[in-house]
Design a protein. Structure first.
Length: 559
């Protein structure tokens, strides 16, 4: 065997014992590396999304504060108008709003309004005065909660839309949230935003969060540094969802859900929110100063449906590469396993050849021993060369016939009937039979078959010369029967031949049957010379049926 091949195959023995270990290990390593890459990509993407969220929430907070500042700036300009004028008509106010605050919708505002301060007990006179100034539009104060208390009644509102017109006459001081904001504005003398309310313009509709920005206006006192009497409040009504929408447009944000809260984030304090689900894992928040009131804006990332496109691409390519590497490794290990099988086959063949060689040597030695014994005994019992040649050739043909039978059965065993038939073949002519054979099928070991064949050959030769087969009417009967699981009895009987007398001189045939055959068969031979014919009984060992195996150890010598 090629030593290089043997060495290479031995080094790859691990692949033969565990053919799936290397491919699965490489696949696992490839998938692990791919997973690490995907995790790193997802982590980097999460950091990028967090930075985007922080940028967006800062931009939105800045935009909301800017819009609040714009609203308060317009309120301060309007406050100056009302502070310097004793009375401002609807026309003057509408013109002022149109010139100064035409883009109020971009700030989420519904316009600008004036709430006249009506001290306690002055409500009837105020209603009459408003009716006199606007005889075509009925005016009344509502709701009628406290007829004798202070009031802040909406008397001017621009632009004069249908929603704004129906808000005229509303007493904002009658509602707690508005009243609290107005009191805070008077206390601080600056614009103050209210909490969440339902605007009068949206009454009777689904609730929409609204806020108001109030700025107090005082009358003038000639030569005095102190503020004059409170004249009223200039204010701006704001729908928060619209304000948030304009802020989002102005900030150009591109992330997920945005929510604005009045104070700390709390569902009960929610002012407005964009559609979508809140992502608790990725969000950012910021504080917003909206006209002196603290708001909180929360921006959360979109709920991811899975991995990012880059991660999916890396995962797909990594898995594909891992599978390809596994396939290559599988081919390598398969080749190693095949080499290992070749090695085992070559090793088995070498062992088989060695065993067959030993077995052949044993068979040859046994055959040569038998031939030497036959030659020696034949030489001692013959008087001339012709007799020696005839006796030796006949016995060798008997050995050859038995060899042929064993060779046909690959030297495993031989049927008793085949051995008997091969030795008595010349006398088994169907038209003129001089021999009959009968018995069950039984298997003999190779050496036992050869010994039985020699014995039958000697008996047939003796019968042909001196016994039943030497006359036309003589017959030979050979029968056999199984007398025990490991023993077979073979009987030879001659009939119709000349009278038989016991031999006066022991020939080779008698020596071979009584000594050699009995010793090989390990059983005595019962040979008798009756007057009616020769009879002989041999006990032959039976071979037990079993799988054929080659002898691997040293073969013991036979005695």
């Amino acid at each position: 065997m090629d030593k290089a091949l043997l060495s290479r195959v031995e080094k790859q023995a691990l692949f033969h014992r565990y053919p799936r270990s290397l491919p699965l290990t490489l696949l696992t390593i490839g998938l692990l590396i791919t997973t690490l890459f995907v995790l790193n990509i997802e982590q980097a993407d999460a950091v990028a999304r967090k930075m985007t969220l922080d940028t967006d929430v800062t931009a939105l907070a800045t935009e909301l504060e800017r819009k609040a500042s714009e609203n308060t700036a317009y309120l301060k300009a309007a406050a100056a108008l009302f502070g310097m004028s004793k009375d401002v008509s609807h026309g003057e106010f509408s013109q002022f709003v149109a010139e100064m605050s035409a883009d109020h919708s971009s700030r989420g505002a519904l316009g600008m309004g004036w709430a006249t301060w009506v001290p306690a007990g002055s409500a009837p006179a105020f209603e009459a005065e408003q009716q006199r100034l606007n005889p075509d539009a009925p005016f009344r104060i509502y709701p009628a909660t406290d007829p004798i208390g202070d009031k802040a009644v909406i008397s001017l509102l621009a632009p004069r839309t249908a929603d704004n017109i129906r808000a005229l006459g509303y007493d904002m001081y009658s509602e707690e949230i508005r009243r609290t904001a107005m009191q805070q504005a008077v206390k601080l003398n600056r614009p103050v935003g209210s909490g969440r309310v339902q605007l009068v313009q949206d009454a009777g509709r689904p609730p929409v969060s609204g806020v108001l920005i109030f700025l107090p206006v005082y009358g003038r006192q000639e030569g005095a540094q102190a503020l004059g009497p409170l004249k009223g409040f200039i204010y701006t009504p704001v729908r928060v969802p619209e304000l948030l929408g304009t802020a989002i447009t102005g900030a150009h944000r591109n992330t997920g859900r945005v929510a604005v809260y009045d104070g700390e984030p709390d569902p009960a304090r929610l002012l407005a929110a964009t559609p979508g689900a809140f992502n608790e894992n990725e969000f950012s928040r910021a504080k917003v100063d909206f006209a002196g009131r603290e708001w909180t804006i929360v921006v959360s990332a979109n709920q991811g449906a899975g991995l990012t496109r880059i991660s999916m691409l890396v995962l797909g390519l990594g898995t594909l590469i891992s599978l390809l590497v596994m396939a290559v490794a599988w081919l390598v290990t398969s080749r190693a396993a095949e080499d290992r099988k070749v090695l085992e086959w070559l090793t088995n063949q070498a062992a088989l050849r060695t065993s067959l060689t030993r077995e052949l040597n044993h068979r040859v030695k046994n055959t040569l021993a038998n031939v030497l014994s036959i030659v020696a005994l034949t030489r001692r019992r013959t008087r001339d060369i012709d007799e020696f040649a005839d006796g030796l050739s006949g016995r060798l043909r008997a050995l050859s016939a038995t060899h042929d039978i064993l060779s046909q059965r690959e030297w495993t065993n031989a049927l008793v009937g085949d051995v008997v038939e091969s030795e008595l073949a010349p006398y088994l002519d169907p038209e003129d039979p001089h021999a009959e054979i009968f018995g069950p099928d039984a298997l003999l070991a190779p050496n036992d078959a050869m010994s039985l064949g020699l014995a039958l050959h000697e008996l047939a030769t003796n019968a042909a010369k001196y016994g039943a087969l030497s006359v036309p009417d003589g017959k030979v009967s050979v029968t056999w029967d199984i007398i025990s699981p490991d023993r077979l009895s073979v009987s030879w009987r001659e009939q119709g031949g000349p009278p038989v007398m016991a031999p006066t001189r022991r020939g080779f045939g008698l020596e071979l049957i009584e000594k050699i055959v009995s010793q090989e068969l390990e059983a005595p031979v019962d040979l008798s010379f009756d007057s009616n014919g020769v009879t002989c009984t041999l006990v032959v060992p039976l071979r037990s049926p079993r799988e054929f195996t080659i002898r691997t150890g040293p073969i013991p010598a036979r005695a």
